[in-house]
Design a protein around this ligand. Structure first.
Ligand code: ATP
Ligand code: MG
Length: 189
Protein backbone atom coordinates (compact mmCIF):
# COMPACT_ATOMS: atom_id res chain seq x y z
CA UNK A 1 0.00 0.00 0.00
CA UNK A 2 1.23 3.46 -0.78
CA UNK A 3 1.32 5.40 2.44
CA UNK A 4 1.67 8.81 0.91
CA UNK A 5 -1.33 11.11 0.65
CA UNK A 6 -4.25 12.42 2.63
CA UNK A 7 -6.19 10.25 5.11
CA UNK A 8 -8.92 10.70 7.69
CA UNK A 9 -11.83 13.06 8.12
CA UNK A 10 -12.66 15.83 5.70
CA UNK A 11 -11.62 19.05 7.37
CA UNK A 12 -13.30 22.41 6.99
CA UNK A 13 -11.45 24.73 4.59
CA UNK A 14 -10.34 27.86 6.43
CA UNK A 15 -9.96 31.42 5.27
CA UNK A 16 -6.69 32.85 6.65
CA UNK A 17 -8.37 36.27 6.78
CA UNK A 18 -10.75 34.87 9.44
CA UNK A 19 -7.94 33.74 11.71
CA UNK A 20 -8.02 35.24 15.20
CA UNK A 21 -4.86 33.69 16.69
CA UNK A 22 -1.91 31.60 15.70
CA UNK A 23 0.93 30.08 17.67
CA UNK A 24 3.65 27.76 16.42
CA UNK A 25 6.21 25.92 18.53
CA UNK A 26 9.18 23.86 17.42
CA UNK A 27 10.98 21.47 19.73
CA UNK A 28 13.09 18.32 19.91
CA UNK A 29 11.35 15.08 20.89
CA UNK A 30 14.40 14.14 22.98
CA UNK A 31 13.57 16.98 25.40
CA UNK A 32 10.14 15.45 25.99
CA UNK A 33 11.58 11.99 26.45
CA UNK A 34 14.19 12.98 29.03
CA UNK A 35 11.55 14.94 30.99
CA UNK A 36 8.15 13.43 30.18
CA UNK A 37 6.40 16.12 32.26
CA UNK A 38 7.34 18.60 29.55
CA UNK A 39 4.54 17.10 27.41
CA UNK A 40 1.87 18.19 29.86
CA UNK A 41 3.65 21.45 30.70
CA UNK A 42 3.75 22.41 27.03
CA UNK A 43 0.10 21.34 26.59
CA UNK A 44 -0.95 23.42 29.62
CA UNK A 45 1.02 26.44 28.42
CA UNK A 46 -0.51 26.36 24.93
CA UNK A 47 -4.00 25.76 26.34
CA UNK A 48 -3.53 28.68 28.73
CA UNK A 49 -2.52 30.94 25.86
CA UNK A 50 -5.71 30.13 23.96
CA UNK A 51 -8.18 30.00 26.86
CA UNK A 52 -8.86 33.76 26.63
CA UNK A 53 -11.01 33.15 23.58
CA UNK A 54 -13.53 31.27 25.72
CA UNK A 55 -16.16 32.28 28.22
CA UNK A 56 -15.56 29.33 30.53
CA UNK A 57 -11.80 29.51 30.59
CA UNK A 58 -11.10 26.61 33.00
CA UNK A 59 -13.22 24.21 30.94
CA UNK A 60 -11.68 25.34 27.65
CA UNK A 61 -8.16 25.08 29.07
CA UNK A 62 -8.88 21.56 30.29
CA UNK A 63 -10.19 20.38 26.90
CA UNK A 64 -7.39 22.04 24.94
CA UNK A 65 -4.73 20.73 27.29
CA UNK A 66 -6.07 17.17 27.01
CA UNK A 67 -6.06 17.29 23.21
CA UNK A 68 -2.65 18.94 22.97
CA UNK A 69 -1.11 16.57 25.49
CA UNK A 70 -2.21 13.60 23.43
CA UNK A 71 -0.68 14.98 20.23
CA UNK A 72 2.52 16.09 21.98
CA UNK A 73 3.01 12.67 23.61
CA UNK A 74 2.58 11.12 20.17
CA UNK A 75 5.28 13.45 18.78
CA UNK A 76 7.61 12.24 21.52
CA UNK A 77 6.79 8.55 21.09
CA UNK A 78 6.52 8.22 17.32
CA UNK A 79 9.15 10.59 15.92
CA UNK A 80 11.74 8.46 14.17
CA UNK A 81 14.67 10.75 14.92
CA UNK A 82 14.36 12.16 18.43
CA UNK A 83 16.84 14.92 17.63
CA UNK A 84 15.02 16.24 14.61
CA UNK A 85 12.70 19.20 15.32
CA UNK A 86 8.95 18.65 15.37
CA UNK A 87 6.32 21.36 15.33
CA UNK A 88 2.95 22.15 16.86
CA UNK A 89 0.81 24.88 15.36
CA UNK A 90 -2.50 26.11 16.72
CA UNK A 91 -4.87 28.32 14.76
CA UNK A 92 -8.07 29.79 16.07
CA UNK A 93 -10.78 30.74 13.59
CA UNK A 94 -14.06 32.11 14.97
CA UNK A 95 -15.94 28.79 15.10
CA UNK A 96 -13.05 26.34 14.93
CA UNK A 97 -9.68 25.67 16.42
CA UNK A 98 -7.09 23.56 14.64
CA UNK A 99 -3.92 21.93 15.92
CA UNK A 100 -1.37 20.73 13.37
CA UNK A 101 1.66 18.69 14.36
CA UNK A 102 4.48 17.68 12.07
CA UNK A 103 7.09 14.98 12.59
CA UNK A 104 9.00 12.30 10.73
CA UNK A 105 8.03 8.72 11.42
CA UNK A 106 9.19 5.27 10.39
CA UNK A 107 7.09 3.08 8.11
CA UNK A 108 5.41 0.88 10.81
CA UNK A 109 4.15 3.87 12.84
CA UNK A 110 3.04 5.68 9.71
CA UNK A 111 1.20 2.58 8.52
CA UNK A 112 -0.53 2.22 11.89
CA UNK A 113 -1.53 5.88 11.92
CA UNK A 114 -2.90 5.72 8.41
CA UNK A 115 -4.95 2.62 9.18
CA UNK A 116 -6.25 4.13 12.42
CA UNK A 117 -7.32 7.42 10.82
CA UNK A 118 -8.96 5.65 7.88
CA UNK A 119 -10.95 3.46 10.28
CA UNK A 120 -11.85 6.42 12.50
CA UNK A 121 -13.25 8.32 9.54
CA UNK A 122 -15.84 5.61 8.85
CA UNK A 123 -16.60 4.02 12.24
CA UNK A 124 -18.53 5.30 15.24
CA UNK A 125 -15.99 6.39 17.91
CA UNK A 126 -17.89 4.59 20.74
CA UNK A 127 -17.66 1.34 18.79
CA UNK A 128 -13.96 1.85 18.06
CA UNK A 129 -13.34 2.68 21.71
CA UNK A 130 -14.82 -0.66 22.85
CA UNK A 131 -13.05 -2.56 20.12
CA UNK A 132 -9.70 -1.01 21.06
CA UNK A 133 -10.30 -1.68 24.79
CA UNK A 134 -10.77 -5.36 24.04
CA UNK A 135 -7.73 -5.40 21.80
CA UNK A 136 -5.55 -3.81 24.50
CA UNK A 137 -6.87 -6.16 27.18
CA UNK A 138 -6.07 -9.21 25.08
CA UNK A 139 -2.57 -8.05 24.14
CA UNK A 140 0.16 -6.98 26.54
CA UNK A 141 0.80 -3.58 25.05
CA UNK A 142 1.53 -0.86 27.58
CA UNK A 143 -0.14 1.90 25.52
CA UNK A 144 -3.91 1.82 25.42
CA UNK A 145 -4.04 2.94 21.80
CA UNK A 146 -7.03 5.10 22.72
CA UNK A 147 -5.48 8.55 22.46
CA UNK A 148 -6.83 9.67 19.11
CA UNK A 149 -10.08 7.72 19.43
CA UNK A 150 -10.81 9.50 22.73
CA UNK A 151 -10.41 12.93 21.14
CA UNK A 152 -13.09 12.01 18.67
CA UNK A 153 -15.32 10.25 21.18
CA UNK A 154 -15.14 12.93 23.90
CA UNK A 155 -14.96 16.17 21.91
CA UNK A 156 -16.24 15.32 18.43
CA UNK A 157 -12.82 16.21 17.01
CA UNK A 158 -12.05 15.67 13.34
CA UNK A 159 -8.66 14.14 12.59
CA UNK A 160 -6.76 13.86 9.36
CA UNK A 161 -3.16 13.47 8.23
CA UNK A 162 -1.15 14.34 5.20
CA UNK A 163 1.69 11.86 4.71
CA UNK A 164 4.61 12.80 2.49
CA UNK A 165 7.68 10.91 1.35
CA UNK A 166 11.11 11.84 2.71
CA UNK A 167 13.51 12.29 -0.20
CA UNK A 168 16.15 9.53 -0.31
CA UNK A 169 14.66 7.52 2.56
CA UNK A 170 11.91 5.08 1.58
CA UNK A 171 11.44 4.02 5.23
CA UNK A 172 10.65 7.50 6.58
CA UNK A 173 7.62 9.74 6.13
CA UNK A 174 6.66 13.26 7.10
CA UNK A 175 3.43 13.11 9.08
CA UNK A 176 1.36 16.26 9.27
CA UNK A 177 -1.51 15.50 11.62
CA UNK A 178 -4.43 17.88 11.89
CA UNK A 179 -6.97 18.06 14.67
CA UNK A 180 -10.06 20.23 14.25
CA UNK A 181 -12.33 21.15 17.16
CA UNK A 182 -15.56 23.13 17.22
CA UNK A 183 -15.38 26.05 19.58
CA UNK A 184 -18.67 25.05 21.25
CA UNK A 185 -17.30 21.53 21.97
CA UNK A 186 -14.28 23.14 23.64
CA UNK A 187 -16.56 25.29 25.76
CA UNK A 188 -18.83 22.40 26.73
CA UNK A 189 -15.96 20.24 27.94
N1 ATP B 1 2.64 11.80 15.25
C1 ATP B 1 2.63 10.50 14.86
N2 ATP B 1 3.55 10.05 13.97
C2 ATP B 1 3.54 8.76 13.56
N3 ATP B 1 2.66 7.84 13.99
C3 ATP B 1 1.73 8.23 14.88
C4 ATP B 1 1.65 9.57 15.35
N4 ATP B 1 0.61 9.66 16.21
C5 ATP B 1 0.07 8.43 16.26
N5 ATP B 1 0.73 7.55 15.48
C6 ATP B 1 0.40 6.12 15.26
O1 ATP B 1 -1.01 5.96 15.46
C7 ATP B 1 -1.27 5.03 16.51
C8 ATP B 1 -2.48 5.49 17.31
O2 ATP B 1 -2.17 6.64 18.09
P1 ATP B 1 -2.89 6.86 19.50
O3 ATP B 1 -2.38 8.12 20.09
O4 ATP B 1 -4.35 6.74 19.30
O5 ATP B 1 -2.44 5.59 20.38
P2 ATP B 1 -1.08 5.34 21.21
O6 ATP B 1 -0.27 6.59 21.32
O7 ATP B 1 -0.43 4.12 20.65
O8 ATP B 1 -1.64 4.96 22.66
P3 ATP B 1 -2.13 6.01 23.78
O9 ATP B 1 -2.40 7.32 23.09
O10 ATP B 1 -3.38 5.42 24.33
O11 ATP B 1 -1.02 6.09 24.76
C9 ATP B 1 0.03 4.97 17.32
O12 ATP B 1 0.17 3.72 17.97
C10 ATP B 1 1.10 5.20 16.25
O13 ATP B 1 1.41 3.99 15.60
MG1 MG C 1 -1.15 8.46 21.83
Amino acid sequence: MDLVGQVGDTLTPQDPAERLSKLRVELLPIDLIVQWRRCSKMADFLAGYFEYHFEDRPVAAQVLSTGLNELIENLAKFSANKQKPVSIEINHYGELLTVTTENEAARPQTTALRARLARMATTDPEELFLEQLEHTASSDRAASGLGLINLKKDYGARLAAEIRAVPDDPERFVVSLQLELNVDAIERG
